[in-house]
Design a protein around this ligand. Structure first.
Ligand code: GDP
Length: 463
């Protein structure tokens, strides 16, 4: 199918949801204001059912348009190409002579944040054609280092041999360069997320609706290769869990995050989306058990969920959640629990989470590598997808808009809008880069603006 067809199909899907966000928000308000509660509630239920039917039908489109298998093959091929390019980059013929990039894993943050740090380093390496050397001595999740839990990023080149190391940014083409944390870079290179490689972009958009996260997922696929002992422990716990589809993954991030970096979200908020997922699924098939895989860093959440939602079956382990709680977090045991949770979340049919958490975003990125297109398989209660430290994320106006209430801003077709977020009520917030006005924008009048960067094309690696 053409790029235009794919983009249009996704636009219809996304804007059907936008319509729903708008109606449910407005009617929800009216219900609280007025006496016509029953009438309005019936309208709301009707519209909800119609929305589910519309989305359900549209989800069948890519299965029926004759390109289903082609997309699967293309996704596998492009993924394979990227993995081979990374292997090529990471295993230079002469390690001693190779240009290198040093990445220090000593970032004082959680595992999701550290993974994203390595992703940033690997994208940097890929963009500058340098072999990435990961320094992980004294790593907070396992003092013995990264290579004790995961396979190293290279089979043949893991040290800079005591060559002189210069801190990036460098003024000349130094042999070994060390990277700062992404947060402390002042002049951000254009190849950082959410940019994707220009030479692959037109292939990726033909099978995936969110190429930026798919690209990040490809980096994770290369980085995250558990050693057999870790893989075995994941597999064993999984076998004990009775993991079966259909299943919805829920990630509830509490403890130290709440009130500092994210707002508190009640279990009801997550479960409303789980219910909606299953209500839609039941339009086309019978669901014997409504399963939920619940990952959290707060063991009370599991107890609470089970008592409040007895008709759902919750998979998840309180002991894993206990080791994830702030005071027991930075240990090999807690890492094993988190890997299990990430792996399971990524295998679910759908995830409900908060993208303010790097755990939620990593789970989605991993999900993107598990299937052809996971871009419609999640709901984030707060942020839209982002990569910490990313370059500006813009949307482009595809329909004109004249303000019709006092908080929205005007749009001309082609305007770029720097995006702050989607409010999931039909509107998002952003700054129009043409007019410099900041305000609400009707989401459906905009489309995602993909940034293509001319990364090296690794011609030595066969297509
Ligand atoms: P963020 O703080 O949520 O953005 O994500 P980080 O990964 O940077 O730090 C949170 C840390 O808390 C994780 O790395 C885990 O150690 C722990 N954690 C958070 N949520 C979960 C969860 O659902 N399961 C497990 N096992 N650990 C979690």
């Amino acid at each position: 199918p053409s790029e235009d067809y794919e983009n249009l199909r996704r636009r219809i899907y996304s804007n059907t949801k936008e319509l729903w966000y708008y109606i449910s928000h407005e009617l929800g308000k009216a219900i609280r204001d007025e006496n016509k509660i029953e009438k309005l509630q019936a309208v709301l239920d009707q519209v909800a059912d119609r929305k589910r039917s519309l989305l359900s039908d549209q989800e069948k489109l890519p299965e029926l348009d004759g390109y289903h298998e082609w997309r699967q093959m293309e996704a596998a091929n492009v993924s394979d190409l990227i993995q081979r390019r990374l292997r090529h980059l990471q295993n230079p013929p002469d390690c001693r002579e190779a240009r290198k990039l040093i990445c220090n894993l000593n970032k004082g943050c959680g595992f999701g944040c550290q993974l994203h740090h390595i992703v940033y380093c690997l994208i940097f390496a890929y963009a500058t054609e340098r072999t990435l050397i990961l320094n992980s001595k004294g790593w907070r999740y396992n003092t013995k280092g990264w290579d004790y839990v995961f396979y190293p990023l290279s089979d043949s080149c893991t040290s800079a041999y005591g060559d002189k190391v210069l801190q990036w940014p460098v003024t000349y083409d130094a042999k070994v360069v060390s990277l700062p944390f992404i947060d402390s870079i002042s002049q951000k290179p254009k190849f950082l997320p959410l940019a994707i490689p220009k030479d692959l972009a037109h292939r990726i958009v033909r099978f995936n609706g969110d190429p930026a996260s798919w690209w990040v997922g490809q980096m994770l696929k290369y980085i995250l290769k558990p050693r057999p002992s870790m893989q075995k422990s994941i597999n064993e716990t999984m076998a004990k869990m009775n993991f079966k589809t259909p299943i919805v993954g829920v990630h509830i991030r509490r403890t130290d995050k709440v009130g500092t970096e994210a707002a508190f979200h009640h279990i009801h908020e997550y479960m409303a989306h789980v219910k909606d997922y299953y209500d839609q699924l039941e339009l086309t098939r019978t669901v014997d058990v409504r399963r939920v895989y619940l990952a959290t860093d707060d063991p009370n959440v599991l107890v609470d969920a089970r008592s409040k939602y007895p008709s759902y079956q919750f998979l998840g382990d309180e002991s894993v959640a206990k080791t994830a709680a702030t005071h027991r977090r930075y240990t090999p045991l807690s890492l094993a629990g988190l890997l299990l949770d990430l792996h399971m979340l990524a295998m679910c049919d759908y995830i409900v989470c908060t993208f303010s958490s790097q755990v939620g975003r990593v789970a989605y990125e991993m999900m993107q590598t598990n299937r052809v297109d996971a871009s419609n398989s999640f709901f984030s209660l707060d942020d839209i997808y982002y990569f910490g430290g990313q370059n500006a994320h813009d949307r482009i106006a595809v329909l004109p808009h004249s303000p019709d209430h006092n908080q929205d801003i005007s749009l001309e077709v082609g305007d770029l809008i720097g995006i702050a977020g989607n409010h999931w009520n039909g509107y998002g917030r952003g700054t129009n880069k043409r007019s410099n006005m900041n305000g609400l924008i009707p989401w459906y009048k905009t489309a995602d603006h993909l940034v293509l960067y001319p990364f090296p094309e690794y011609k030595q690696v066969p297509l």
